[in-house]
Design a protein around this ligand. Sequence first.
Ligand code: NAP
Length: 340
Amino acid sequence: MELKIGVIGTGAIGMDHIRRITYKTKGAKVVAVSDINVERAQQIAQEVGAKFVKSGEELIKLPEVDAVVVTSWDPTHEGYVLEAIKNKKYVFCEKPLAVEAEGCKRIMDEEIKLGKKLVQVGYMRRYDRGYEEIKEMLDSRKLGEVLMLHCAHRNPGVDESYTTPMAVENSVVHEIDVLRWLLKENYVAAQVILPKRTTSAHKELQDPQIVILETESGIHIDIEIFVNCHYGYDIKCEVMCETGMVSLTDPAFSSVRTEGKDFTKVSSDWKDRFMKAYDREIQLWVDSVKADELNGPNAWDGYVAAITSTACSKARDTGERVQIQLDECPALYNDSLVLA
Ligand code: NAP
């Protein structure tokens, strides 16, 4: 039986997920779409043979919709996720789960009342082969204890709508999730260093920034976020352990040598770099919904990301080292650092 999916939000990633589900994912189809941008939503609905629905709330209630994908604007996520839980429907929500940790708590409260996890958050890096291989190596403990991580998150350029806080809230939040998953440890403190600004940044934007996180066992992580690097979309992760180092390689499958130089392709954007991870993320989500047991990033992971992002933002604004304190993890999410 095909899983019948309703998608709310037909912008950049919404379109991608709709086409992914329609043309690549096995055992699922998009039956309904909604967006405040009616024309775009109607066009994609027609392309994939889905129904256009005027509002997200209406879409969630449709009896023919088994599960919901939320890819609308950040501040709308919490409301749609709560509505999906109210209607006892599985919901895949792009990050962030809610704009603030309090919103994530409201979502967890509803799942706890129901006694069941219905929510998965779109932290797709957990499905990237490079990160998966690093995790296998760390889990094997062949390299001894992890001591430090050096990471970078570089985009070729951004427009004027990209603000200084977005460096953490929209970009580094992916590192916040995936590194915690790799290390199976929560963060205890954050610092942010603001280095010399690039002349390519628009006048309101502090770019680059360096985020430093410390984990429960004392591992230090530095993350360079530089969104005007010009040359491509480049994600680095180097994990230094006691007896060796494991790191992401650049995901290129060929190189060209000519005129005394060796050229290797650098990804152009996040869609290109993480395409396979998105494909796997959605396929495994569909499979887990059909099996009636989610195993991807959950509402607690969304909450931890929100608390950590807020601490980073405070660290950036104050220049201080900010402590990160989490509530006690509710029993429903106890396996959160083990699964996926
Ligand atoms: P986008 O292109 O701006 O698309 C968002 C869409 O939602 C737009 O079509 C927008 O309409 C629509 N929208 C706004 N309010 C709505 C509402 N109340 N109900 C229904 N639709 C509404 O943004 P995007 O890049 O696709 O990002 C969408 C979400 O995915 C964001 O939360 C973002 O953080 C997340 N995201 C995640 C990843 C990832 O790697 N996991 C990557 C990209 C984006 P208008 O255009 O008319 O405003």
